[in-house]
Ligand binder design. Structure first.
Ligand code: SF4
Length: 645
């Protein structure tokens, strides 16, 4: 892998490299990256999806490697971590900036108000202790609402030249450090903002390594998603009302009321056409916000307070304006998907308009792969046995060169000269012996999962498996409802503790689960990817159903429709790919260290019986497979006995 990364850096040919857990993949990309950075006096950017991996790189791998390579490289390389501005404490906002107005719900909830007050007080105290102002170093953390009172977005920041805090600002210091570093560690969101949105937030770089690349498309999509709500428009109207002619600001307030009324009547879900009334309201919002921006006028020489208030108002107005324009354009250009989200009756969330790109491949191809050498890596990059599935989503041409590390090149076509972007896929395998360490059990005898929660036969099946395993179970469910109902039903039946996501902070639950080998942890999506529990606490991973996106998921359904309209198989390209990625991630929770052994049990019989089952099974690690419940329960009992022996 290190040689392949080095080759990619030297030739500019992009590389997608799949490397299983325990391969040491971070070292394999860091060594050639550090060498390139020092030799060429260039910066290499490493992007991750999770904070856990960022920490591993910055606290463990990079310090050790920098020291170890000092002699070979002629000097000790430097590295830095860089996050979004919102992640750092803004000292200006903390001391003199206008606080955010609490939303209506919080305003009438005395408990929420006093909790907010306590948290903001804690943040003031922390501000004099912290050296970085980095939110991730604040333990325990604070609510999003409290953090918003002491941080700013890039749009709200006064800029270092105007801000009285100036170069002492935490975010500016982090940027300055990053500018001098050989390697900068960041996250996919920052990478997307830098590459796609035209804001230069990262130092100049010619090579980027994207770790946890299986998450890239989702993270980039999140960055490129905007929302527009009546509350956001009203907040913008209030902010600018203090600075401009009241009549102009009132137009915004009226537009907010108009949108609130309309959204009450619109059904939640995807919109394939723009209703005429909504088009009129959006045009009114666009014009009203434009009028407010014009009224604010160009930047003037003001005192700090005036500049701050203007900047805050402007950032809210621009967000509203840009959101309205984008939604109005979405239906002509068909590049964006628009939907109404919110379940006011159920969870008190006001309906909101959202707009997201139909795909991010074109953007990535033009702004990322077209501009710099990119190495993508993860334990899960081949789906259905090929890199092409994810490559298509990244905007790369299909079937460049996919090869096994041993040199067993596949018989695929070499890239044609016409293809402007060249890339190679490399699977360096895994140090685990999947076939002898793990069993894949598919409960083929169960009925297919229904719409109405977890069937009783599934609960009985889980009970039998957990009892055989003696606890030690991670239950990955496709919905929170299913996880909760399984936990409730099984707490009465089992002698083992069942932790359920939502009972406590997820990190705490994972800790308790890993410390008590006879316990079970049930949960949903974040556990599918975020649990790393080696050893006897985790010998059984249960998944209740194939995690297809919900049929009413606006983005997935729009993507599926678009593929079908182009003559492709929308279901396989979108829904089955989504499920394959999650299944592979979930199944990957089982073997985390060389001595681990266990079972991945998938209760959904469609994995064995449906036509797409083969594609999904080919995306899973190559465990030994059985459909026989007796065989798997006996194996679990043996494993349990072996731990106690
Ligand atoms: S430069 Fe921006 S982020 Fe830094 S303290 Fe000033 S306003 Fe806050």
């Amino acid at each position: 892998m290190a040689e392949a990364v080095d080759h990619s850096i030297r030739t500019g040919e992009h590389l997608a490299v799949q490397a299983g857990t325990g391969t040491g993949k971070s070292l394999a990309y860091l060594v050639p990256s550090l060498r390139h950075a020092v030799a060429e006096e260039a910066t290499v950017v490493i992007s991750t999806a999770t904070i856990a991996l960022q920490r591993q790189l910055v606290d463990r791998d990079l310090p050790r490697l920098s020291k170890a390579l000092k002699k070979e490289l002629g000097r000790e390389p430097d590295f830095a971590i860089l996050k979004g501005r919102r992640n750092y404490l803004c000292m200006h906002r903390l001391h003199s900036g206008a606080p955010d107005e609490p939303d209506n719900g919080a305003l009438f909830d005395p408990f929420a108000v006093s909790r907010l007050g306590r948290e903001v007080k804690r943040l003031h105290e922390w501000s004099s202790e912290t050296e970085t102002g980095d939110r991730d170093e604040l333990v325990p953390g604070v609510t999003e609402q409290a953090w918003k009172q002491v941080s700013v977005t890039a749009r709200e920041c006064l800029g270092v030249a105007k801000c009285p805090i100036g170069v002492d600002c935490f975010a500016e210091r982090a940027r300055a450090e990053a500018g001098k570093a050989d390697v900068v560690v960041t996250n996919h969101a920052m990478l997307a903002i830098d590459a796609l949105e035209g804001f230069q937030v990262l130092p100049e770089h010619d090579v980027v390594v994207i770790d946890e690349a299986h998450d890239l498309v989702d993270r980039v999509t999140s960055v490129a998603t905007e929302e527009l709500s009546a509350a956001a428009i009203a907040a913008a109207a209030r902010r600018c009302g203090r600075l401009i002619d009241q009549d102009v600001a009132d137009r915004m307030a009226e537009a907010s009321d108009g949108l609130a009324m309309l959204l009450e009547d619109l059904p939640v879900g995807r919109m394939d056409e723009l209703p005429r009334a909504l088009a009129g309201t959006l045009a009114a919002i666009r014009d009203a916000s434009h009028a407010c921006i014009s009224s604010l006028g160009p930047e003037r020489k003001e005192d700090v307070e005036g500049t701050t208030n203007r900047k805050l108002a402007l950032s809210l107005l621009e967000e509203v304006h840009d959101g309205a324009v984008r939604i109005l354009d979405a239906f002509d250009e068909e590049r964006d998907v628009v939907w109404v989200s919110g379940d006011f009756a159920d969870r008190g969330r006001a309906p909101t308009l959202r707009v997201a790109p139909l795909g991010v491949g074109g953007l990535l191809r033009e702004k990322l792969f077209g501009k710099r050498t990119t190495v993508l890596t993860s334990a899960t990059l081949t789906l259905g046995g090929t890199f092409d599935t994810l490559a298509r989503q990244w905007g790369l041409p299909a079937s460049s060169q996919n090869r096994k590390a041993e040199g067993t090149a596949t018989e695929k076509e070499p890239p044609s000269d016409a293809a402007p972007i060249r890339w190679t896929g490399l699977d360096v395998g895994s140090p685990f012996q999947h076939g002898s360490s793990g069993i894949l059990y598919v409960a083929r005898h169960l009925p297919p999962p229904g719409r109405d929660g977890l069937p009783p036969s599934y609960v009985d099946e889980i009970e039998g498996l957990v009892n055989a395993a003696g606890g030690r179970t991670l239950g990955l469910f496709s919905s929170m409802r299913a996880a909760k109902s399984a936990a409730e039903a099984l707490r009465d039946k089992l002698d083992y503790t069942v932790f359920c996501q939502g009972d406590d902070a997820t990190g705490q639950l994972v800790k308790k689960f890993s410390e008590d080998p006879r316990s079970c942890l049930f949960g949903t999506l974040s556990l599918w990817q975020g649990v790393d529990v080696p050893g006897p606490s985790l010998q059984l991973v249960i998944m209740d159903r194939i995690p297809f996106p919900r049929p009413d998921d606006p983005l997935a359904s729009a993507r599926q429709k678009a593929v079908s309209e182009r003559g492709g198989n929308g279901f396989l390209t979108v829904a089955a790919t989504h499920a394959a990625l999650l299944l592979a991630q979930g199944a990957g929770r089982l073997l985390r260290s060389m001595n681990d052994k266990g079972v991945v049990a998938i209760l959904d019989p469609r994995l064995a019986t449906a036509r797409y089952g083969g594609f999904l099974r080919a995306s899973l690690p190559p465990y030994w497979t059985t459909y026989d419940p007796e065989v798997v329960r006996a194996a679990l009992k043996r494993l349990d006995a072996a731990v106690d022996a």
